[in-house]
Write a protein that binds this ligand. Structure first.
Ligand code: PMP
Length: 427
């Protein structure tokens, strides 16, 4: 039994001592005290099926015993900085991670977060190309520091600080975009941007394969090959932000970009990589990696022994428990069941995504695609009351994000859809 402070007490303290910009899901936020695989438990001992923890970092399942053991064992032996001395936990994970990437992508830089990884990737691209301009997509989310906040393409995550040299291309959004699912047509806008807003040369193009925060928008097929080719002609590097779509989540592939058949020059990752510990990484080619030798560069804790021990355990669990295959099988099943909901409820405008990275967009009018933002909050609350947690996204706030730990089962999928169905029937 839980004897700690109540949700209200915690909320009061939070209001008194933490950033006023912090937000939470649900009018009455959950006071979580325990996690086990795909389940979360609140202070009343109530169990919730967690269909959103994947995005909040958990890939193998909450407190996965193998990952916990790796963390505890390493913590007992040594926790230190990544730099200055040798430790095998760091190199073992770097080697294992590099083996998961295609082509020449073999050099790993560790960071503490996705933001840091993207900041570093963009800096390397600028150094390598000698150019300054960056292309990213409208509706993207890449982080909340200097240049990553600029590459983010949604006003709600951006402050009015100086943002130069970042240009946002038309989003290849098959549901709302003007060119439907024709990726190559959208990619023409990258060419137009380069020709109109830059000197004709760019440092980099950065994009997710499936936009997470943006509401699980799967880039139109054919977009990345065409955009990459245009960017490379303008001298730029192609950066894949795999913070959400990576680590087996899309099921059919280990990396999101593989779904579009491209090989990036730089890949960034975070969240699922450590199953909850603060860890991010940038992986690139030996040639590009050389740029950081121009000065001394380090990150005190990025990829420290404890976090990399966790990372290696995560890769092993993904293999051992066939989590990529599970994401594919369970994800496909779940998507089919969500499609059935679309046939049943007018409010469901679109069901999309791959593997266990799925989105359900709610609209009050299917033709006009009017965002059903209030209804989304309402249904989400009802689902919580029935014991299922889903996420919310898209800058209109009308998309359910379904990104459970990859150990999600078909039974979990059934429960989730039944609960969503019931909640939708009630509004
Ligand atoms: N890239 C993507 C695609 C993300 O979703 C996020 C976080 N939501 C980030 C980068 C930034 O990661 P972090 O919050 O770890 O800095």
């Amino acid at each position: 039994p839980y004897n700690g402070p109540s949700a209200d007490e915690i909320l009061n303290k939070r209001n008194g001592f933490l950033s006023p910009s912090m937000f939470h899901f649900y009018e009455k936020p959950l006071n979580l005290v325990h996690g086990k695989m795909q389940y979360l438990f609140d202070s009343n001992g109530r169990r919730y099926l967690d269909a959103f923890g994947g995005i909040a970092t958990v890939c193998c399942g909450h407190c996965h015993p193998d990952v916990v053991e790796a963390i505890v064992n390493q913590t007992k032996r040594l926790q230190h900085s990544t730099i200055l001395y040798l430790n095998h936990a760091i190199t073992d994970f770097a080697e294992a991670l590099a083996s998961k990437l295609p082509g020449d992508l073999k050099v790993v830089f560790f960071t503490n977060s996705g933001t840091e990884a993207n900041e570093l990737a963009i800096m390397m691209a600028k150094l390598y190309t000698g150019c300054h301009d960056i292309i990213s997509l409208r509706n993207a989310y890449h982080g909340n520091a200097g240049v990553t906040m600029s590459t983010t393409g949604q006003s709600i995550w951006k402050f009015n600080v100086v943002q130069t040299g970042v240009h946002h291309a038309v989003n290849p959004d098959p549901y709302r975009g003007v060119f439907g699912s024709d990726g190559e047509k959208y990619a023409k806008d990258v060419e137009d941007l380069i020709q109109s807003a830059t000197s004709g040369s760019v440092a980099a193009f950065m994009s997710e394969a499936i936009q997470g925060v943006g509401g699980i928008v799967e880039l139109a097929p054919g977009y990345l090959p065409a955009a990459y080719s245009t960017v490379r002609k303008a001298g730029g590097l192609c950066i894949a932000d795999e913070v959400q779509a990576g680590f087996a989540r899309t099921g059919s592939h280990f990396w999101g970009f593989e779904n579009q058949g491209v090989v990036p020059d730089i890949v960034t990752m975070a969240k699922g990589i450590g199953n909850g510990v603060p860890l991010g990484a940038v992986v690139t080619t030996p040639e590009i990696a050389q740029v950081l030798k121009r000065r001394n560069y380090f990150n005190t804790f990025g990829g420290n022994p404890v976090c990399t021990a966790a990372g290696l355990a995560v890769l092993r669990v993904i293999e051992k428990e066939k989590l990529q295959e599970n994401a594919h099988v369970v994800g496909s099943y779940l998507k089919e069941r969500l499609m059935d909901l679309k046939n049943k409820h007018e409010i469901v405008g679109d069901v999309r995504g791959r593997g266990l990275l799925l989105g359900v967009e709610l609209v009050t009018d299917r033709k006009l695609k009017t965002p059903a933002s209030a209804e989304t909050v309402h249904i989400m609350d009802k689902m919580k009351a029935m014991g299922v947690l889903v996420g919310k996204g898209g800058f209109r706030g009308n998309v359910f994000r379904i990104t459970p730990p990859l150990c999600f089962t078909k039974e979990d999928a059934d429960f989730l859809v039944d609960v969503m169905d019931c909640a939708m029937s009630k509004i």
